[in-house]
Design a protein around this ligand. Structure first.
Ligand SMILES: *Cc1c(COP(=O)(O)O)cnc(C)c1O
Length: 374
């Protein structure tokens, strides 16, 4: 097999005959749009799996975040505290409300938002905190919850990357006032595009239901008392997700094995350090995540990624710090841990269909690449 035929992507959805069966069933039923039995079934089962009162399916994870903030009435002049190290969607959702995303640093021991930094950033305009379960690791919700309660702030969990994680035995989806998920093609479970919000706050849920459906009065068709959005998921997407939920334990178990395989087989590589996991946390196996080189190393990660790409292994660099992005630029933000992780972090191919032999090949190529750049 030539090199070109033997490439390992960083992510790949796991789609079986079950997904095919449910999607075809939805298609043949004619319920292809944003109503249908798969939607009801998905929301019901997702809420139960997350130990939450309600789940609301959405078109994607970004609008799930915006829906929560909009339903909470966050608007111009407000501030929302977010970690500096996250996918851009977390900060974008704040900006869509006309509010300002205030970025704070993350902790080296979890790569998630530092509750002490959150506390220091709370001011008179602060309305909410969005914690992000980066690379599947839940943030410190007990500390954040206490802080938010004391200051009357909404606590949102961006669990786009952490479906299946638990903290002290409690699943993500039940650790904050509202939790958002993404079902993009590279996430733990997927509908291609899709998202969800879980909450046990029925007032917030009712408001989100209204805004998700263009703001239409549930008792008066085509009367729109408020400015809403079309943030609905399709029954086709929900059919895919119902199959993914049926297979979720199996998908998670295999992803866990892949990440454990990397961690075991690369444990003796001094240039690599695995994602740290805090005691009591069961991380969701989204993407294997490692740091390359010692603290402060600004070049080894990129060299490794380039070499691996030539060897047929696709990788991903960690996110660029939010305050470095033009739309959210903040030269005053001081986030040294984020800056270091962003330069050293790399994600490796992680998907259920990666076989033991494939994993071994990827590990061999990583070893070869590391040897060539040492
Ligand atoms: C994937 C992701 C989202 C949402 O992404 P969508 O592509 O809109 O579904 C939000 N936050 C984080 C941290 C993510 O990784």
């Amino acid at each position: 097999m030539s090199m070109a035929d033997d490439r390992y992507p960083v992510a790949r959805p796991s789609l079986s005959e079950l997904e095919e069966r449910y999607v075809v069933d939805a298609l043949r039923s004619g319920w292809v749009s944003s109503r249908g039995p798969y939607l009801d079934d998905f929301e019901d089962r997702f809420a139960r799996r997350c130990a939450a009162g309600t789940a609301l399916a959405t078109a994607n994870g970004t609008v799930a975040l915006h829906l929560v903030l909009a339903a909470a009435g966050i608007g111009p002049g407000d501030e929302v505290i977010v970690p500096a190290l996250t996918y851009v969607a977390t900060a974008n959702a704040v900006a869509y409300c006309g509010a300002r995303a205030v970025c704070v640093d993350v902790l080296p021991e979890s790569w998630c938002v530092d509750p002490a930094a959150v506390r220091a950033a709370i001011g008179p305009r602060t309305r909410a905190v969005i914690a992000v379960d980066l690379y599947g690791h839940p943030a410190d919700y007990p500390a954040l919850r206490a802080l938010c309660q004391r200051h009357g702030l909404l606590l949102v969990a961006d669990a786009a990357e952490s479906f299946g994680a638990t903290a002290d035995g409690r699943p993500t989806g039940a650790l904050a006032d509202a939790t958002t998920f993404s079902f993009f093609g590279n996430k733990v479970i997927t509908a291609g595009e899709g998202g969800c919000v879980t909450t046990s706050d029925e007032t917030l849920a009712a408001r989100m239901r209204l805004l998700r459906n263009q703001g239409m009065d549930p008792h008066r068709r085509y009367y729109f008392p408020v400015l809403g959005y079309n943030y609905r998921m399709t029954n086709l997407g929900a059919a895919l997700l119902c199959a993914q939920l049926d297979r979720a334990d199996e998908i998670i178990a295999r992803r866990d094995e892949v990440i454990a395989g990397y961690e075991a087989q690369l444990a003796d590589e001094p240039a690599l350090s695995a994602q740290p996991v805090v005691a009591g946390v069961r991380r969701a196996p989204w993407m294997a995540a490692f740091l390359v080189g010692p603290e402060g190393d600004a070049t080894s990660r990129d060299t490794l990624a380039l070499t691996l790409d030539r060897l047929g292994v696709e990788t991903r660099p960690f996110f660029v710090p939010i305050p470095d992005l033009p739309a959210h630029r903040d030269p005053a933000a001081h986030c040294p841990v984020t800056a270091d992780l962003s330069r050293r972090g790399i994600n490796l191919p992680t998907y259920p269909e990666l076989t033991e032999a494939g994993l071994k090949t990827v590990v061999e190529r990583i070893r070869a690449a590391l040897a060539s750049i040492a």
